[in-house]
Design a protein around this ligand. Structure first.
Ligand code: A3P
Ligand code: MG
Ligand code: MG
Length: 367
């Protein structure tokens, strides 16, 4: 007997996503952790640094030859996020009596939310339902690997994003910097850049009726690394090419600002600093965006509308809850977005292919 067709969800056109907008609760930080230069998890904030503006004229292609890039063919699943929950539970720093309906990374939520406006890239996620919570991870597909930077130019551009972080941050409070000659400012230009170390925050929120717990990598704080009120001081750093004509400005507003906005809004990051570089990688301009004001910039041109993104995500998560029904930590589903048909399908894999919840997590959260 032929297997039944997998359930499918068609991504509607934006003008079909009308009606009330589901509320998005301001997320609350529940814990933080860091990854060191070898991507080992550390249950502390050692990966956090403060923003300190990089001088214009800094070359963001410098020291590319020393770049240590993370091996993206290694799938880390949700391991670090889930182990941080195990650790917090063991140290009684976490109360998950009200279990979230979804646990994932912010990057996946951003991808889902942007789909009504950015629908050209195929993607695949894996999912498991365990004690009523749906866990969603990214799958490394051939298409995803092919879309990784392969040309020297593309690699340099990706590197410049990480380099911007190195030259725009300091490991101390900005108030401790004595002036432009302070060694902690000058020394950062001689540092190597890697994308191994990270500072991560786990947030809890609600979109409509869906409670969500998600992990997000945070670039830096404006000042005040201590935990008190810190989530209002987080900042996102971005790079982009200098805009020289109308086409460039339009593309920035249509594509980049949408992603910047959704990514930062999800974690209530109030400020996004964009460093604009020229073709040779030199930093030419800074612009700080207030996250909440970004939709106004694109409203008149109707490039995108955040309400459409939230309506779509709400509908999609409701559908996902109905189709991901088998509650078993060792069973998985594959969620696949096909850009040609604009369909998202969900395939039940059972226990046939790699389950991804770490055993320590399954044990710690058994009921
Ligand atoms: P830019 O943000 O300046 O493009 P994030 O902005 O999320 O903090 O990520 C930091 C950097 O990682 C990015 O800098 C970019 O260089 C790289 N990066 C992020 N997402 C990527 C992706 N999907 N593919 C390739 N590089 C990516
Ligand atoms: Mg980042
Ligand atoms: Mg960034």
């Amino acid at each position: 007997m032929a297997a039944p067709d997998p359930p499918q969800f068609r991504v509607p056109y934006p003008d079909r996503l009308t009606g009330p907008t589901p509320p998005y609760q301001k997320p609350t930080e529940i814990l933080s952790y860091s990854l060191d230069n070898d991507r080992r998890i550390c249950y502390d904030d050692r990966g956090l640094s403060c923003y300190y503006e990089a001088p214009l004229g800094t070359c963001l292609f410098d020291r590319f030859e020393t770049f240590k890039a993370r091996d993206i063919t290694v799938n880390e699943h949700l391991d670090n996020l889930l182990l941080s929950l195990v650790h917090a539970k063991a140290s009684k720093a976490l109360d998950l009596t009200k279990q979230p309906r979804f646990i994932t990374f912010r990057g996946l939520l951003t991808r889902i939310m942007c789909l009504p406006f950015q629908n050209r890239d195929d993607w695949e996620f894996g999912a498991t339902r365990y004690n009523g919570t749906i866990y969603i991870e990214e799958h490394l597909t051939e298409a995803r690997l092919r879309s990784q930077p392969s040309t020297q130019k593309h690699k340099l551009l990706t590197y410049s994003g990480y380099r911007f972080e190195t030259v725009s941050t300091v490991p101390v409070e900005p108030s401790a910097i004595t002036g432009p000659d302070d060694p902690r400012l000058t020394e950062r230009h001689g540092l190597d850049t890697n994308n191994m170390a990270e500072f991560n925050v786990v947030f809890r929120t609600k979109l409509g009726n869906h409670s969500i717990l998600f992990g997000a990598e945070i670039d830096c704080v404006s000042h005040g690394m201590h935990k008190d009120g810190r989530s209002d001081r987080y900042m996102e750093l971005k790079t982009s090419g200098v805009m020289t004509n109308r086409k460039g400005r339009e593309s920035f507003q249509r594509y980049k600002l949408l992603k910047f906005y959704i990514q930062s809004y999800l974690a209530a990051i109030p400020k996004i600093v964009v460093g604009f570089r020229d073709d040779r990688g030199y930093l030419r301009k800074h612009h700080t965006f207030d996250t909440l004001k970004i939709p106004r910039i694109v409203r008149d041109q109707r490039f995108w509308d955040p309400a459409v993104c939230f309506r779509f995500a709400d509908q999609f998560l409701s559908w996902l809850e109905t189709v991901i029904s088998v509650d078993d930590p060792y069973s998985t589903y594959t969620i696949r977005y096909d850009s040609t048909s604009r369909n998202i399908s969900v395939l039940f894999k059972g226990q046939e292919s790699g389950h991804f919840l770490p055993p320590a997590f399954v044990d710690a959260f058994a009921q």
